[in-house]
Design a protein around this ligand. Structure first.
Ligand SMILES: NC(=O)c1ccc[n+]([C@@H]2O[C@H](COP(=O)([O-])OP(=O)(O)OC[C@H]3O[C@@H](n4cnc5c(N)ncnc54)[C@H](O)[C@@H]3O)[C@@H](O)[C@H]2O)c1
Ligand SMILES: O=C(O)C[C@H](O)C(=O)O
Length: 320
């Protein structure tokens, strides 16, 4: 069987980490694409030289030509700009929207059958715009954020309860902004819901509220520490989990930004909800029952995403 082809659009911090992970995990041959000449080629050469040590023989190439992504099975998009301290993700909208146009057109012309995972921020608006510019089926274009936000939530919960992260399951829904919705009711330690653990005296509502707040500002916390850019290890790992679910038809139920057509009362918008990812892309959107508080928070998050789409349409009339 021919090897799969993984194209990474953007060869910066996340792009390079994605290539490293994809090679170590043997997902297929890898093309790193970037507009900056030399960077994708240099990273591809460096990564190729890991092969003899790690025992992988994936072909890893760097390119500044979209024709080299032809036939890609999976494309992960990180092209654009990351925020710096003092900025919000939404401040990136104008510049990254133009990048999404170029990327969407490049994908449409060269790899229209790929499963596309967008990471570029502001995520929910950028994945929507990328889908519009590429014209690919909605089921084949998804955004990565919920897996990352849930991983952050799970990490903080594991620290709180003094247990392995393997015992923790959590869900973060909504847009990938300060209004995201960590859903405490559906978050568990070894199957025990967090509210029950509070009743059992294992934590307090105040401490869980603080963890929810830390999760919501989890990206900003790292931006504040790094000062020159944003998180990249956990974002790359999260996108690779989504790619594996597609490539291996794992049908994992992952929180992803997917196109909603009425589910959760939302129409024609990308926003983070639990979705089954398998060989056909987004195979199911799972509607979980939310309590009134979570519903209200989800709506605030959806409204924030809607505002970003209005801004996108104002900048690029082809989206209106
Ligand atoms: N969705 C999430 O959860 C999440 C998490 C982390 C970062 N991000 C976002 O991902 C994006 C990338 O982050 P990063 O840390 O890799 O940034 P980075 O600056 O290290 O890399 C971005 C790369 O994109 C390239 N690029 C710019 N314009 C391009 C174009 N038109 N075509 C192709 N490549 C282009 C740049 O040359 C650079 O190499 C940012 O927008 C960041 O905010 C999202
Ligand atoms: O916070 C950022 O700007 C990057 C990313 O969205 C993250 O959550 O780490």
């Amino acid at each position: 069987m021919a090897r799969k082809k993984i194209a990474l659009i953007g060869a910066g911090n996340i792009g390079g980490t994605l290539a490293h992970l994809a090679a170590l995990k043997g997902l297929g041959d890898i093309v790193l694409f970037d507009v900056v000449e030399g960077v994708p080629q240099g990273k591809a050469l460096d990564l190729s030289q890991c092969g003899p040590v790690e025992g992988f023989d994936a072909a890893i190439t760097g390119s500044n030509d979209y024709m080299d992504i032809a036939g890609a099975d999976v494309i992960i998009v990180t092209a654009g700009v990351a925020r710096k301290p003092g900025m919000s993700r939404d401040d990136l909208l104008g510049i990254n929207l133009k990048v999404m146009k170029a990327v969407g057109e490049g994908i449409a012309a060269n790899a229209p059958d790929a499963f596309v995972i967008c990471i570029t921020n502001p995520l929910d608006a950028m994945v929507w715009a990328l889908r519009e510019f590429s014209g690919l089926p909605h089921s084949k274009v998804v955004g990565m954020a919920g897996v990352l936000d849930s991983a952050r939530f799970s990490t903080f919960l594991a620290w709180e309860f003094g247990v392995s992260v393997k015992e923790v399951n959590s869900f973060v829904l909504g847009g990938h902004g300060d209004t995201m919705v960590p859903v405490v009711e559906y978050s568990t330690v070894a199957g025990i819901p967090i509210p029950d653990l509070i009743k059992m005296g294992r934590s307090t509502q105040e401490r869980i509220d603080a963890i929810v707040a830390r999760t919501r500002s989890g990206g900003g916390e790292i931006v504040g520490l790094l000062k020159t850019g944003s998180a990249f290890y956990a974002p790359a790992t999260s996108a690779i989990a989504m790619a594996e679910s597609y490539l291996y038809d794992q049908k994992r139920l992952l929180p992803c930004a997917v196109h909603l057509t009425g589910q959760y009362g939302v129409d024609d918008l990308y926003v983070g909800v639990p979705a089954v990812i398998g060989k056909d892309g987004v195979e199911q959107v799972v509607e979980i029952a939310l309590d009134d508080a979570a519903k209200a928070n989800f709506q605030v998050s959806v409204d924030a995403v809607k505002e970003l789409l209005v801004a996108c349409k104002g900048i690029d009339s082809s989206l209106a």
